[in-house]
Design a protein around this ligand. Structure first.
Ligand code: NAD
Length: 325
């Protein structure tokens, strides 16, 4: 038997057999698990992982050669430990940008037209009552983080007739302007936007970047959307702001603790839409993520440098070991 791949992501191969067949055709033995136990990583050569934590301890005691993240946010993987062991960590860059951007746009419409409230009134309460919302055209969208997803959101918002403001200290003014958006500082974005949408990665720099002070800068009529990572947002501050009507509403796909605990204060919040981290959950995005993760592993074992390695130091190590680009 060939190398062993452990898959710890429920959606791998669920909507198409092709990603599993692709690994089998290339001689891999496939193992699956719902949980990630450190002992499993001693028995396998490669790991395909979604959001389960892959700690330094797990990596150090493992026999892993490659970790393929099924997604793009690598905050659950200890990159330093992987780099120390010369383990490349790949991501499925761009595979889910469209899916997350479309969910963000869906949130914008749902918040603006109060769709959840309208549905509840008629469907649950059997009350034929009007609900008055707002139009999205002509409003201002603030995009925090102008990477693959932020740009896809901006493109769609511009088509809807929205003015788009961007805060991203690492994106050039030219790139932002090329998307018909305007580069601004965070304070301006928060003060001027009708919708604020977070698309930055979770890092030590971005943790809790939207807290009480930032929310207090937003308009009372504005909405906050987070499809990035729960850790970017001070959740207590948001709960307080929603309960006190400091902002008009929010939509969250991601939380500091996932699954969201049953006693979460979010369940008592008005004007809040929640989804269970489904940003990348479209059949199309799942297929792309499946295939890109599988391809990274096949490439590695064919001594080719896989695409989208995030710990770039390892690429140099692989080159020295004779891996082809
Ligand atoms: P990306 O790396 O392409 O873009 C991230 C952008 O954030 C970059 O342009 C970067 O310069 C910017 N950034 C970094 N630090 C910043 C800061 N302090 N302030 C403002 N901007 C900053 O990543 P992406 O593909 O656009 O994904 C963004 C995030 O979305 C991921 O890190 C991930 O956490 C999250 N995500 C969530 C889902 C979901 O299912 N809800 C799916 C995919 C990705």
């Amino acid at each position: 038997m060939g190398a062993k791949v452990l898959i710890v992501t429920r959606t791998f191969g669920r909507y198409s057999q092709e990603p599993l067949n692709f690994l089998s055709r290339n001689g891999f033995e496939i193992l699956r698990s719902e949980n990630l136990e450190p002992s499993f990583l001693k028995e396998v050569d490669a790991l395909i992982v979604g959001t389960n934590p892959v700690t330094a301890e797990m990596i150090e005691s493992s026999n892993l050669k490659i970790i393929a993240k099924h997604g793009v946010g690598v905050d659950n993987i200890d990159l330093e430990a992987a780099t120390k062991k010369g383990i490349p960590v790949t991501i499925t860059l761009g595979a889910n940008s469209q899916a997350v951007a479309e969910l963000t746009i869906a949130f914008i419409f749902a918040l603006a037209r109060k769709l959840m409230i309208a549905h509840e009134k008629l469907f649950k309460n059997r009350k034929w009552e009007g609900v008055v919302g707002y139009e999205v055209g002509g409003k201002t969208l603030g995009v925090i983080g102008f990477g693959a997803i932020g740009r896809e959101v901006a493109k769609r918002a511009v088509c809807l007739g929205m003015r788009v403001l961007v805060y991203d200290p690492y994106a050039s003014k030219e790139t932002i302007e090329a998307h018909s958006a305007q580069s601004v500082d965070l304070e301006t974005l928060l003060k001027e936007s009708d919708f604020v949408s977070i698309h930055a990665p979770l890092t030590e720099e971005t943790r809790n970047m939207i807290g009480e002070r930032e929310i207090s800068l937003m308009k009372k009529s504005a909405f906050l959307i987070n499809t990035s990572r729960g850790g970017l947002l001070d959740e207590d501050a948001l709960v307080k702001a929603l309960k006190e009507g400091r902002i008009a509403g929010a939509a969250l796909d991601v939380f500091q603790e996932e699954p969201l605990p049953e006693d979460s204060p979010f369940f008592d919040c008005p004007n809040l839409i929640t989804t269970a981290h489904i940003g990348a959950h479209t059949v199309e995005a799942i297929y792309r993520m499946n295939m890109m993760a599988a391809q990274a592993i096949v490439d590695y074992f064919n001594k080719k440098i896989p695409k989208h390695v995030v710990n770039r130091e390892v690429v140099e190590m692989l080159k020295k070991m004779g891996f082809e680009e």
